[in-house]
Design a protein around this ligand. Structure first.
Ligand SMILES: Nc1ncnc2c1ncn2[C@@H]1O[C@H](COP(=O)(O)OP(=O)(O)OP(=O)(O)O)[C@@H](O)[C@H]1O
Length: 895
């Protein structure tokens, strides 16, 4: 039994005499939600937890001792109990390890990310080879692949691939030696039985990289290997003591805890210090065997949970650790200087002390405000993880978060040792999961069964194909958001506030005005506003902003700018939030004749026709590093701009497309790389996508346009919509300034396409449907939309020339089933940046209108500005006209 609830009161600690002697206790009251409040008595070491427990935190108690007293049931910690603080906050095993080593180190790593250093690169390499060896791969092939994958990092670090190979060989020798030793021992029946319970087969004596998630302990992680039910962790350092290091034991103990939860008696942990095999025996003494075993007892497991609790409580309060929480030993620490500088500049309490001058108050406030906003966003991701166990599979499927009830349909091992898993879908349903996404693939129970991260190769109405590192029986896919983009936001914030250029900070903190030189050239002769924007950007000594309403040639302007900067001999970084936007901009840049291009991104992320620009084509490590360092134009997403590799690069100027969709720290990740920057966007279209709301919803673009209007230029002429279509958007969002770029654009008609306009709307029209439901879907309206689409098809339009936009995914699904293949049906978010000859907008008629259907008028602006020649709105006018904005829209559409 477990008790779980929100803490409402925490009593004072006291000591009482019991039959076992003097014992400490604290009473805590929790409200389980569906049951009356309960008082829990925490005994002994668990009283420590009460020190940082606060009302509002969630608490979980396993295996409580129950007793009746005065007609009331009382609960207390028993011998086998664990107390877990904020169990929904999934703490990563590596974070617990770091926290135990030093809480301040945990915080600093979170801020500054992993550095581009050889030991880090080597660690990744050896881990990859280890996994491959366990999967039975040939050693040479495994090393070759791993060194190839790390090529660019090795090149940037100036490492010679041959000597790296040599070194990895020595580490691999330790692994192989120990592996062989392991394989000689007989399986015991008990081990076999417990392995079966954990969900892998006994023949799999080994399992590498096992993903574990615990909804009881609030821990997630990926164990390097499991050997007969026991956790094995690989360390590329050396350790000549007989015992593993304490914080390394912690890591293995975390996995043991999660294995025990699954009924596996994991009472022994193994740490494999692979560098021991490379140590010269003549020079070093001590225990040089790489494998160190240790026994995992209840005391250690409880310590792990208490440390995790402390970390989770700190994250709950968003406080900064001081290093005193687990008695860090600063005098031996490599990070001591960095630690003292950070605490000095941000005025934080730190066990190591402070050095350096404190940052001005407004910078510290800014740092704190954004830090909290980013961490709030992280909590939203954790809340998303918690839905894995809080929602039933059916609820998750209904919520578009999972594809369930798959029928496994074979699997094959790929040449690189990974797996391709296939399954059939019994019934097609809508879901957020798309081809190319990273998902959690599982045997049906991602939390208590077997689960692995995978990439969706194919997902259609009938079939699912996923690639994973390890095989499993594929029965379910779940959305599993990554913390990477949040982590990168934090690093970007750190790089800007703590390491940023002084002039940049003066301008962005309002202590100096952005400056411009005043040379003017005729760069874009046919478009006055674009020409002004290009000149503003070329003259900017700090930054420039280009505000481009729909279809005004934002991408064209960026491409022109890139050409001009490159011609001036400057090194340019081109970035945007999504890979799609980066490749789009790059395509326009190529049309401008710029050819010296490097595209940084993963193979699957980069569009096929842009892959030729990937560094992997440049040759070996040194060639790749040289190519990156010498390219006049580098293009990458903003998240990639925050990677170890990109943080080693600097540029004269950074250009960011779709900048109004970026959070401020998201934009900083790119801007930190260059001396000047140009942001291109439109704050009247989609804002940044954030879950937690608050400070992150305002983009840097919007803030700067507001604070420094003189740094921006509005592109006024649009190349997309006929006059009648653009009118509403122009009046409502752009002060009436938007106009068609030419008479041809203004007067375009469906007749230009050679189709008959007799039975269809040519221009703007409204179709009345009667709203009956309050849900996010209206089948009757979907039917009407399908009829409108059929009319356009009958008039002679191709399916590919028609698009349908609906506010909710459920309605998208409803319409998608009713229209011919080739008609694009999607939500607004997927439509930003694209256009169609004809657009039909489904408002999902409801009897009443509680709030704007498209959440935000900016979304509607996007929906209404995708059509070139014809736009049909389908909705319930009675409901729509109850809102002033929609009422004006109706007037315009019905004119
Ligand atoms: N100065 C120009 N001369 C000729 N054609 C132009 C010019 N500027 C833009 N265009 C054309 O107008 C079209 C729209 O331009 P572009 O795709 O750059 O717009 P955008 O503002 O990025 O659009 P969106 O609002 O969808 O992001 C393109 O076909 C582009 O080639």
């Amino acid at each position: 039994m477990t008790i779980r609830g929100d803490v409402t009161a925490v009593g004072d600690g006291r000591t009482v005499s019991t039959q076992y002697g003097e014992r400490d206790l604290v009473e805590v009251t929790v409200e389980p939600g569906d049951a009356p409040p309960r008082t829990l008595t925490l005994w002994g070491k668990w009283t420590e937890t009460a020190d940082y427990l606060e009302p509002g935190m969630e608490l979980l108690l396993t295996d409580p001792e129950e007793r009746e007293w005065n007609g009331e049931t009382q609960y207390a910690t028993s011998k086998g109990s664990y107390v877990v603080v904020e169990p929904d906050y999934l703490v990563d095993v590596t974070d617990i390890r770091e926290w135990v080593q030093c809480p301040r180190q945990y915080y600093l790593s979170k801020l500054s990310g992993l550095p581009l250093k050889y030991p880090v690169a080597k660690g990744t390499l050896v881990h990859e080879v280890f996994g491959d060896l366990l999967r039975g791969r040939d050693l040479e092939a495994a090393i070759d692949d791993a060194v190839d994958d790390a090529g660019l990092e090795l090149g940037l670090l100036g490492e010679d691939p041959e000597s790296v190979r040599e070194e990895v060989h020595q580490h691999a020798a330790a692994i192989e030696g120990w592996l062989n030793q392991g394989l000689l021992t007989e399986d015991s029946a008990a081990d076999a039985a417990s392995s079966e319970r954990a969900g892998w087969h006994v023949d799999d004596d080994w399992r590498s990289e096992y993903t574990l998630i615990s909804d009881t302990f609030g821990i997630k992680g990926r164990c390097d290997a499991i050997r007969r039910g026991m956790p094995v962790e690989l360390k590329t350092g050396k350790n000549t003591n007989r015992d593993p290091r304490f914080h390394d034991k912690i890591q293995a103990a975390c996995y043991a805890l999660m294995l025990e939860e699954r009924g596996v008696e994991a009472d022994t942990g193994t740490l494999l210090y692979t560098k021991n095999a490379a140590v010269d025996r003549a020079e070093e003494s001590g225990d040089l065997s790489p494998a160190k075993e240790f026994s995992i007892g209840p005391g250690l497991l409880e310590f792990v949970v208490r440390s995790r609790n402390r970390l989770a409580a700190m994250e709950h309060d968003m406080t900064v650790p001081t290093g005193k929480e687990s008695n860090a030993k600063c005098e031996y620490c490599f990070s001591q200087d960095a630690c003292m500088v950070v605490s000095g500049r941000l005025n934080q309490e730190s066990k190591a002390g402070q050095i350096g001058s404190m940052l001005p108050e407004d910078e510290r406030d800014y740092f704190e405000e954004l830090y909290e906003a980013v961490e709030a966003e992280r909590r939203e991701i954790h809340a998303e993880y918690a839905k894995l166990w809080k929602q039933s599979p059916e609820e998750r499927a209904d919520d578009d978060r999972a594809v369930i009830d798959l029928d496994p349909d074979g699997r094959e091992e790929l040449v690189d040792g990974r797996w391709r898993l296939r399954a059939r879908r019994p019934a097609a349903a809508s879901s957020k999961i798309r081809e190319g996404d990273r998902v959690l693939a599982s045997d049906g129970d991602p939390v208590h069964g077997t689960a692995e991260m995978g990439r969706v190769e194919r997902l259609d109405e009938e079939r699912v194909v996923v690639t994973t590192d390890e095989p499993l029986t594929l029965r379910r896919l779940d959305v599993y958001p990554s913390e990477l983009s949040v982590s990168r936001m934090l690093t970007a914030l750190h790089d800007f506030v703590l390491k940023g250029d002084d002039r940049r900070k003066d301008v962005l903190f309002g202590r100096a005005e952005p400056s411009f030189s005043d040379e003017t050239r005729d760069v874009v002769p046919n478009n006055e506003a674009q020409n002004a924007a290009v000149n503003r950007a070329l003259n900017a000594e700090d930054f420039a902003l280009i505000h481009g309403p729909p279809g005004t040639g934002k991408t064209y302007t960026i491409a022109t700018l890139v050409r001009e900067f490159v011609a001036r001999g400057e090194r340019v970084l081109l970035s945007a939030f999504t890979n799609r936007a980066v490749d789009n901009a790059l395509e326009a840049v190529e049309e401008q004749g710029v050819t010296d291009v490097v595209r940084v991104g993963t193979e699957t992320g980069v569009r096929e026709d842009m892959r030729e620009h990937r560094l992997e084509n440049a040759g070996g490590p040194h060639e790749q590093a040289d190519r990156l360092g010498a390219a006049s134009l580098v293009a990458a997403t903003t998240a990639t701009c925050g990677s170890r590799v990109m943080r080693s690069q600097s540029f004269d100027v950074v250009l960011v497309d779709e900048a109004s969709q970026l959070t401020e720290p998201g934009a900083l990740a790119a801007l930190n790389r260059g001396a000047r920057f140009v942001l291109v966007g439109d704050h009247h279209q989609l804002p940044p996508v954030v879950q937690a709301g608050g400070r992150l919803t305002t983009s840097l673009f919007e803030r700067l346009i507001d604070e420094h209007p003189e740094a921006g230029v509005l592109l006024e002429s649009q190349y997309r919509m006929r006059q009648r279509i653009q009118a509403f958007s122009s009046t409502e969002f752009y002060g009436g300034k938007l106009r068609p770029a030419s008479g041809e654009v203004a007067t375009q008609s469906l007749a230009d396409l050679g189709v008959s306009t007799e039975n269809v709307v040519d221009g703007v029209g409204f179709e009345q449907v009667t709203g009956t439901t309050d849900a996010h879907v209206d089948p009757a309206e979907a039917e009407r939309v399908a009829e409108v689409v059929a009319d356009y098809r009958a008039a002679g339009l191709d399916a590919g020339q028609i698009g349908v936009i609906a506010p909710f995914r459920a309605q998208v699904g409803e319409i998608g089933r009713r229209v011919p293949e080739g008609v694009a049906v999607d939500t607004v978010d997927r439509f930003q940046g694209s256009a169609k000859e004809v657009i039909v907008v489904s408002f999902v008629a409801t009897g009443s209108l509680d709030g704007p259907i498209f959440e935000d008028y900016r979304r509607l602006n996007v929906a209404l500005s995708r059509a070139k020649k014809a736009l049909v709105l389908v909705g319930d006018s009675a409901a729509l006209s109850s809102d002033d904005f929609y009422a004006r829209m109706l007037n315009w559409a019905r004119r």
